[in-house]
Every structure is written in structure tokens, then in C-alpha cells.
Design a protein around this ligand. Structure first.
Ligand code: SF4
Length: 228
């Protein structure tokens, strides 16, 4: 974690009472802002919190899909915690999503966040709601300045394609691009199938791709970053 960073949860102190999307604000339990190393080289970006993540307050935790992401983080050396760490902490901590400090994932060099940070129990976020939430994501990406973004799922991949690649969004498919590297403007994208839909073989394929094709070369672009 960055030496100047006090907390892994919502390290940029973003608005936890945001009501820019009234329909989401009325039914969410918590806003789930980003979590992790504010100086991380990798950003894992999902579409919206699951019920598990909403209960724990930590992105990609609280259920089997989150456990898969946490396991991947561990296999890549980004987490020193057990994959189900936040799930265990949430059991007695339902109303205080970010206070279970001994059980929050110990993450370094990676940051976890979402396109839209409020969960609707019955539907995905509308395009307008994703647009409302964009300033939070843009601010995180500007402040973190990562080298690699892991877009999780088709919607995230296509949103990033508009901003950071020269390809048409419709030409992207997370299943086809899973565990590959896509060059973008300022970032490289390493797309991933959503963890709830991934097989163990696809998980292994993603981990192997990052180890063999990302870690094995100098993926740092010219951003004036010091080596870590
Ligand atoms: S989805 Fe984002 S913009 Fe909309 S209410 Fe939640 S935090 Fe605010």
C-alpha cells in the first residue's frame, strides 16, 4: 500500500452518501467505492457490486464469485489474505462494512472498483446511472494511474473500449478476449470473464497469462513511475 495511504477501503474518501442515481440510492444498502492500493499498477474493474460485496463493503468479496477474484489476487501476489477473508468478517459485521479491519483483504499493487457502485437487487445499472458514476471511476484512474486494467465482463470491456482503444466496442467480447492483452491508450487491458461465470480452467488460464505474458516483460509504460 502507498506509504501515504491510511486505509484500503475508499482511500480517496469518495462520497458514501451519493444520491446521484435516486432509484439506486433508494434501494442500495451501501455505496461500494474502490478498495486497495492507491498506487497500484493493476486495477480490477467490475460492473457493479454483488449482494456479497454490498454486505461486506469490499468489492469482489462476500460470495463464491468474490472468492474467485480474491484467490486470483493471491495467486498473482497481490493479496496476502485468505480468499474468503471478507466473507468471514461480514458475518458479524453486516451494518459496518468497512470496519472489520483484521479481516479485510490485505492487498498491494492492485485496486478493485466498479463502473457503478450501487447495487439494485433486481436489475443492472442503466446507461444513465453508469454515466452518473463515471466521475468516481475517472478520478480513481487519474489518481492511481495504473498500467493494467482488468475489465471484468462485456459491459466493462466495451465501456473502456470507447475511451481507451481504437476498436469498436461491439468488436469486444469478454469470453473471446479472456486472458489476453489488448493494447490501449495509456493502459493495457487484460479482460476477464465475470468470476461467477468462470470455470476453474479459465481462472487458471487468466493467472497463467498474467504471469507468463504480463509479469514476464516490462509492462510499465512511460509514466514516470519509479520501479516498485
Ligand atoms: S451508482 Fe454511483 S453515481 Fe449513482 S448513486 Fe451510486 S455512487 Fe452515486
Amino acid at each position: 500500500m502507498d506509504a501515504h495511504q491510511d486505509t484500503l477501503a475508499n482511500p480517496f474518501s469518495m462520497d458514501e452518501d451519493c444520491r446521484n442515481c435516486p432509484a439506486l440510492a433508494d434501494c442500495r444498502e451501501h455505496v461500494v467505492h474502490g478498495y486497495g492500493d492507491a498506487g497500484g499498477e493493476f486495477v480490477f474493474l467490475g460492473e457493479a457490486p454483488s449482494a456479497g460485496a454490498e454486505a461486506t463493503g469490499v468489492p469482489f468479496t462476500g460470495d463464491a464469485a468474490g472468492e474467485r477474484i480474491q484467490r486470483i489476487l493471491g495467486e498473482l501476489g497481490f493479496s496476502r489474505s485468505a480468499p474468503d477473508v471478507a466473507e468471514r468478517s461480514s458475518a458479524g459485521n453486516q451494518n459496518s462494512p468497512s470496519s472489520g479491519d483484521v479481516s479485510e483483504p490485505d492487498i498491494q499493487n492492485a485496486y478493485l472498483t466498479y463502473l457503478s457502485r450501487c447495487r439494485h437487487p433486481e436489475r443492472t445499472a442503466s446507461d444513465d446511472e453508469v454515466r452518473n458514476c463515471e466521475p468516481f471511476l475517472n478520478a480513481e484512474l487519474r489518481m492511481i494511474n495504473p498500467e493494467i486494467i482488468v475489465p471484468i465482463g462485456d459491459r466493462v470491456l466495451r465501456e473502456l473500449a470507447v475511451e481507451y482503444t481504437t476498436r469498436a466496442p461491439d468488436s469486444f467480447d469478454a469470453a473471446a478476449e479472456h486472458a489476453t492483452t489488448v493494447r490501449g491508450r495509456g493502459f493495457e487491458l487484460v479482460p476477464m470473464i465475470p468470476p461467477a461465470e468462470q470455470t476453474d480452467a479459465q481462472e487458471a488460464e487468466f493467472v497463467e497469462h498474467v504471469k507468463e505474458n504480463v509479469f514476464s516483460r516490462d509492462y510499465r509504460q512511460t509514466k514516470g513511475r519509479q520501479s516498485r
